[in-house]
Design a protein. Structure first.
Lengths: 499, 268
């Protein structure tokens, strides 16, 4: 791995609040989208001449469409509660990475053009004109927000910077100043069907190869079916699960769980991607269009249930938005949650005693669990609030003898983002990503020191990719990152159900 | 008291403050009313409660009460801000209740309201010190913590200064200059009940006390800036989708009117 031109932050001996260093991340900039990508998402190809006017009008439109935006821009009292809560601020010290500092980039413009006080007394209330510098600040700093919602937990009004970032990115797209990473991926979903751009035949090949691997290893015919009409369950994994380590071991785990459950299932080449980057760019329209593929696949394959694989923001879109965007799902079996998370699915089977698990298979691992931000703070699993924390841990504990949680202010709804979410998982943002991972790495260091933890399990494709890339900067090994369903897959005792 | 000049002067101030009071009240009510109307009219097109969130409306009510009364999220975040904020807001409410005695005639209200207002008088009197303490704490934080200075604009300091002016002039009136409360109440009740003819009589005019003029001027200013400033956090907190939504996205569709119009109408 090429070492980068920035310094990896030091672990802090005790949790000090960082001093501010204005402007240090000003030039950390992701690549700008190309005209073709912009257009296939319905946006102008490049920055339009009257961008200022278009941007203000777009902001005005969003203010009438999203109560969150309107209320959040008005209500902030600058109490400072959120200032030290963002992992990007902790890692970079740039005050525009403080949640309120980030929001203010949009709020200053809102005040200037949409409030009486800002029109009459801009200096007094900190209102600013939308200049080219401001637009660039929007581009840079709203792409240094992983939309993880940690700030919203601590704000007395629940102000969610993710909502502000999404609105800002939608405005940037509307003026033709979109981000390459996100928009290229959405374009791939439209053209090919998934974020990685894997065509159907390639997926089929991979799955067949994996089936053989499982057969070689276990002697059992575990199927990984694709496009099989009439299956009970449509399973939607993030596309990284088809190809990338350690994700792919999670896919094998899902396969084994389905195999043991005896429930027929299929993946779909049409909806071969759980992720939905439409959310990252704040675009209802694109998010809806990406979501519709799942509805279409479910109808085409005549399934009765939809289950999602391990992917954090995908679960947010699935859990919180799918019904709204692509529902109603009257044609599915109402006895099961629509949609269901693979951890809920596995947990149910464990509860029913339908899986035989040999915990000792994971005895060489001492495991901790990273709560993925969007799962933790924007979704639920099971029937009780907080099930999103309990169920994955119960699944892990059913498969491992050695489980240890990280410090309590870094897990559950206080979890830190991996540092790569929200459309930041791109190489040119490596500095932001490494620095943003600092708080999570400190927590991992602590359980490593206290409990000799060897592995950090997680249920998000972005977390897995991000961590495998950045943990080496902090002296860990990329193999320490593991899918929850790899733990399940390794512990599962196959075929006891069969005669 | 006597002195024709002074009476004429107080006659002028009486008219001026009475009129300002009407204007400020109108701005406050219409301004905040318009904002609330705007928040109500703007849809929240997606379910975005910060989870774990309650699964029922009753649960949401409890969540909101914990936020509004106890500042629960703030408590989790930062004990210092929480402490000063609780002291300031708690004292503010007690003081506001105490002030009701200047605005209501015991005959206007049903039992126990007046009795309650009477009951808190002694607390209210000393709550002003708590309020000043809370405000000074918040101001000190804003001035001396680097991050706070970075996020503050002039209006953030001035808002605290304005409240301090109200508090200090209030304390001075209660404990030092001892404004004629009976006369002030006569003035206020006349304003509220539109008995303008009363203002001819000096017993119904503003008491001649410069502290009172300062105090009321600051309060009127506060009422006017309320709907245009961050004080909108008071109504705003109730409209925050992150806090007031029920976590039931899988059970219930939640489509905004604009989304239906834009995406679903053509098909149905
Ligand atoms: C529903 C009622 C209200 C709630 C839930 C509420 C809550 C809060 C909270 C949580 C803060 C942040 C902590 C802090 O900085 O103090 C705050 C700040 C503030 N509130 Fe309120 N508040 C309410 C009503 C009011 C009213 C009626 C006023 C004034 C007339 C007021 C004036 C302020 C001011 C000036 C600040 C900023 C303090 C600073 O500059 O640090 N609040 N409020
Ligand atoms: S949503 Fe997350 S990344 Fe964005 S400002 Fe808040 S804490 Fe930081
Ligand atoms: S916690 Fe909320 S109100 Fe306080 S500064 Fe941050 S965004 Fe503003």
């Amino acid at each position: 791995m090429a070492k980068a031109k920035f310094e990896t932050p030091e672990f802090r001996p005790y949790p000090v609040i960082p001093v501010i260093k204005p402007g240090v991340m000003k030039d950390s900039r992701s690549f700008v989208s190309k005209p073709g990508m912009q257009e296939s998402l319905g946006y102008p190809g490049e920055l339009v001449d009257n961008w200022q006017e278009v941007a203000i009008n777009k902001l005005g439109e969003l203010l009438t469409k999203y109560r969150s935006l309107r209320v959040y821009l008005d209500t902030c009292v600058k109490c400072g509660s959120c200032t030290d809560k963002c992992h990007y601020f902790i890692g970079t010290n740039d005050p525009k990475n403080m949640p309120v500092g980030r929001q203010d980039l949009l709020r200053q413009v809102y005040r200037r053009y949409f409030t009486l006080a800002g029109k009459l007394f801009p200096k007094l209330v900190g209102a600013k004109d939308l200049t080219r510098d401001m637009l660039d600040d929007w581009y840079n700093y709203f792409h240094q927000c992983s939309q993880c919602r940690r700030c919203s937990v601590y704000c007395p009004y629940g102000i969610d910077t993710a909502e502000i970032s999404m609105a800002a990115r939608e405005i940037l797209d509307a003026v033709g100043y979109g981000q390459k990473y996100c928009n290229e991926i959405i374009e791939k979903v439209y053209k090919i069907g998934n974020n990685l751009g894997l065509p159907g035949p390639a997926i089929r090949n991979t799955l067949e190869g994996l089936e053989e691997d499982i057969k070689d290893e276990t002697g059992v015919d575990v199927r990984l079916p694709l496009d099989e009409e009439g299956a009970e369950v449509l399973f939607v994994p993030p596309s990284a699960d088809f190809f990338v380590e350690p994700h792919v071991d999670g896919l094998i785990g899902y396969g084994k769980v389905f195999h043991q459950s005896g429930i027929s299932w299929t993946m779909s080449s049409h909806a071969s991607e759980a992720g939905n980057f439409g959310m990252f760019i704040g675009s209802y329209e694109n998010m809806r269009r990406v979501s519709m593929r799942i509805r279409e696949a479910a109808l085409d394959l005549k399934v009765k249930r939809i289950v999602f694989g391990e992917c954090g923001h995908a679960w947010r879109v699935a859990y919180a938005f799918l019904n709204t965007l692509a529902g109603p799902f009257d044609f599915l079996d109402k006895r099961y949650p629509i949609p269901q998370h693979i951890c809920e699915f596995t947990y149910d089977l464990i509860q029913k005693g339908a899986l035989k698990l040999d915990k000792s298979a994971n005895d060489h691992r001492r495991v901790t669990y990273h709560d993925s931000c969007n799962v933790a703070r924007a979704t639920r699993m099971g029937h009780k609030p907080g099930g999103q924390f309990v169920i994955p841990r119960e699944v892990i504990k059913a498969c491992c003898n050695h489980f240890y949680d990280m410090p309590s202010d870094t897990i559950y709804d206080e979890t830190y983002c991996c540092g790569g979410g929200g459309g930041l998982l791109t190489d040119e943002l490596m500095e932001v990503r490494v620095k943003g991972a600092l708080p999570r790495m400190e927590a991992l260091k602590q359980v490593t020191d206290d409990h000799q933890v060897t592995h950090m399990a997680t249920i998000c494709a972005i977390c897995k990719s991000q961590f495998t890339k950045v943990v080496p900067y902090y002296g860990f090994d990329m193999d320490q990152i593991i899918s929850v369903h790899q733990l399940v897959g390794d512990a599962i005792v196959l075929n006891v159900n069969e005669v | 008291m006597g002195g024709g000049n002074k009476e004429a002067l107080m006659g002028f101030w009486t008219t001026f403050y009475a009129l300002s009071f009407y204007v400020a009240t109108l701005i406050l009510i219409l301004g905040v009313g318009y904002k609330i109307y705007q928040y109500t009219k703007t849809p929240a097109p997606l379910k975005i409660p910060t989870t774990p969130a309650p699964l029922t409306t009753g649960g949401v009510v409890i969540r909101m009460l914990l936020e509004v009364i106890l500042f629960k999220s703030l408590f989790r975040s930062n004990k210092w801000i929480w402490l000063f904020a609780m002291i300031f807001h708690g004292a503010l409410w007690v003081i506001l209740l105490r002030h009701l005695r200047y605005f209501i005639d015991p005959q206007w209200v049903i039992y126990p309201i007046w009795e309650l207002v009477e009951l808190i008088q002694p607390f209210g009197k000393y709550a002003s010190f708590a309020m000043l303490f809370g405000l000074l704490g918040l101001l000190a934080r804003r001035l001396f913590v680097e991050r706070m200075r970075y996020i503050s604009s002039a209006s953030d300091y001035l808002m605290l200064v304005l409240l301090l002016v109200i508090g200090v002039s209030g304390v001075l009136m209660s404990f030092v200059t001892r404004t004629d409360i009976v006369q002030f109440k006569a003035f206020m009740l006349s304003v509220i009940s539109f008995q303008w003819q009363n203002f001819e009589l000096s017993a119904y005019q503003m008491p001649p006390d410069s502290m009172l003029l300062v105090h009321l001027a600051a309060v009127i200013l506060l009422m006017i800036v309320f709907p245009f400033s961050k004080l909108l956090h008071a109504p705003g907190v109730f409209f925050s989708p992150g806090r007031n939504q029920v976590d039931n996205a899988r059970e219930k569709r939640h489509v905004a009117p604009w989304a239906i119009k834009q995406f679903e109408a053509p098909q149905t």
